[in-house]
Design a protein around this ligand. Structure first.
Ligand SMILES: O=C(O)[C@H](O)[C@@H](O)[C@H](O)[C@H](O)COP(=O)(O)O
Length: 231
């Protein structure tokens, strides 16, 4: 199930989504003393990060991590950590505690195992998960044809973080599993543009998850998905 939130433009979406996420994080801190959020990288979330970074809350009680990461170090322009450091972990949000997925290990598999003991050890469920979606219907690093796709989508998978390789992914990836993302207290899918709306409609019209892995989130996430969209 999902709820569709349409906005006139990207700025209005970013402000509304930042308000909703900030309220959820503050509520979590009030209820449990800390809050956790896993965010996606890519080109879509920048405005949202800028807006969220200004929201007044007890950021020193917020654990921030990534839904997925490219297997590259911080100084690589493809790094999602670098994106979050530059666009989110500033202003009020500079006080947040960030847990990276990338680890300086010889392989992505070894990095996934190490990250599973650090970022992956954050208490489940996340308070907030923000997903993006690619034109091929991937979300997180659940890519069609991915090397560990079935394991990543399997609710029986214990490992919180897995490596993933796929033709459409570029470098090897590190990704939280579907199981660790799907029950977030607030589960958002953030997409923008007409092309992505068409991809979403195609995903909603079918059921084969290996073809469009975002379908796993749309069809069987424990939490109802809040879809945020602007043209
Ligand atoms: O590491 C990543 O790239 C993201 O986590 C990925 O899942 C992203 O959300 C989609 O690929 C959409 O990316 P765009 O926002 O660039 O379209």
């Amino acid at each position: 199930m999902s709820r569709f939130h349409e906005f006139a433009g990207a700025e209005a979406l970013a402000e509304a989504m930042a308000d909703r996420v900030a309220a959820t994080l503050s509520e979590a801190i009030g209820a449990r003393g800390r809050a956790s959020i896993a965010v996606s990288g890519g080109t879509t979330p920048g405005r949202f990060f800028d807006a969220l970074s200004t929201r007044p809350l007890d950021w020193d009680k917020v654990d921030v991590t990534l839904v997925d990461e490219r297997f590259v170090p911080f100084d690589n322009p493809r790094s999602n950590h670098a994106l979050v450091a530059g666009r989110l972990l500033k202003n009020a949000a500079s006080a947040a505690h960030f847990l990276p997925l990338y680890q300086p290990e010889p392989t992505a598999e070894a990095a996934a195992a190490t990250a599973s003991r650090t970022a992956g050890a954050l208490a489940a469920p996340f308070d907030v998960v923000v997903l993006g979606m690619g034109g091929d219907g991937h979300t997180a690093s659940f890519f069609p044809g991915g090397s560990h796709l079935s394991q990543a989508l399997d609710m029986g998978t214990d490992a919180p973080i897995l490596s993933m390789e796929a033709d459409g992914a570029g470098e090897p990836r590190l990704t939280f599993s579907f199981r660790r993302l799907q029950d977030a207290r607030l589960l958002i899918l953030h997409i923008e543009g007409e092309a992505k709306r068409s991809v979403l409609e195609k995903a909603q019209a079918g059921h084969e998850e290996t073809e469009m892995p975002v379908r796993a989130v749309l069809r069987r996430a424990a939490t109802e998905v809040d879809i945020y969209w602007a043209p």
